[in-house]
Ligand binder design. Structure first.
Ligand code: ATP
Length: 282
């Protein structure tokens, strides 16, 4: 029997058969949000807006017309079965996919076809990779400086790194140590901090809890929460732990087979019977 995993509480997957996913898709489709509903969720002031986005890899279309709106300083979590296209949404916002139609706008400006470098340097979008992207043989500071390669000078990168060290004492204390000796939580902090070097407005965060021991997961969510609430960053997250992601985020989007099947406030989706049954383990 073929099966597709949905996401359950903690690390326990809810396994959906292919038939169940198809049924869920058709059930949820009746609940697909209108553009007006999507804009309302972003307080009718979308800062990041996806409009009928069709994108994929090579010639293969994975996203079949995705709409999404996030206000400045809001956070959103994408959930859905494996292979639904959640990470592809992040890749597309950051300019890493083939675009077949639609638009990505930031502050009303069309940035759909900008290269990733320009998205980082000009549009204020940073992409935080999944697990294991630190360079273990390099020092903490050297890792941070890698995030500043688009800054005009090494001096500017160094100054940006100093600002990060002022913010995160835990990293400052380990500035000259090899990144390979950091704990899992500290490594994730370093990955997030490396993205902060360019002082982005929008953080795309791919699976922040993946590969982390449970005791570090809360720390990482706290760091992200501070970046949103204190620094006003806009956060778009994909999270395998659907419950954790929806608890964290202002908004939740359920993606099924490359389409938005449902969108709402994170707190509402947490108590939604369909979401509970399909993605939160009942
Ligand atoms: N670099 C790539 N090249 C070609 N196909 C890809 C690439 N990355 C992802 N895909 C395909 O795109 C589809 C959507 O993948 P994506 O990773 O976006 O899904 P997802 O919802 O994030 O899934 P998961 O929860 O399993 O990470 C899958 O069929 C996947 O095989």
């Amino acid at each position: 029997m073929s099966s597709i995993s949905g996401y359950g509480e903690g690390t326990v997957d809810v396994v959906l058969t292919a038939d169940a996913v198809a049924k869920a898709a058709s059930e949820l489709k009746r609940r697909a949000p209108s553009r007006a509903q999507i804009d309302t969720l972003a307080n009718d002031a979308p800062f990041l807006s996806l409009e009928g986005l069709k994108a994929g890899y090579g010639r293969m279309e994975i996203l079949h017309g995705v709409d999404m709106a996030v206000a400045k300083g809001q956070s959103v979590c994408l959930i859905g079965p494996n292979g639904a296209g959640k990470s592809t949404v992040l890749h597309t916002i950051f300019g890493m996919t083939s675009i077949f139609g639609g638009a990505v706008k930031v502050g009303g400006t069309d940035v759909t076809r900008m290269t990733s470098d320009k998205k980082l340097a000009q549009a204020g979008i940073a992409y935080i990779l999944q697990d294991n992207s630190v360079f273990p043989q390099m020092t903490v500071e050297e890792n941070l400086l890698m995030g500043g390669y688009l800054l005009p000078s090494p001096k500017a990168a160094k100054e940006a790194a100093e600002r990060v060290f002022e913010k995160y004492d835990r990293l400052a204390k380990r500035k000259n140590q090899r990144a390979g000796v950091l704990s899992g939580g500290e490594r994730r902090l370093l990955e997030i901090s490396r993205a902060l070097i360019m002082n982005p407005e929008i953080l795309l965060v791919d699976e922040p809890s993946i590969g982390l021991e449970p005791r570090f997961i809360d720390q990482v969510f706290e760091i992200l929460s501070d970046l949103q609430r204190k620094d006003g960053k806009t956060i778009v997250m994909v999270e395998q732990n659907a419950r954790k992601g929806l608890e964290f985020a202002d908004l939740g989007y359920v993606l099924v087979a490359g389409e938005v099947a449902l969108a709402g406030k994170g707190s509402e989706l947490l108590t939604d019977p369909d979401v509970g049954r399909l993605f939160l383990g009942g």
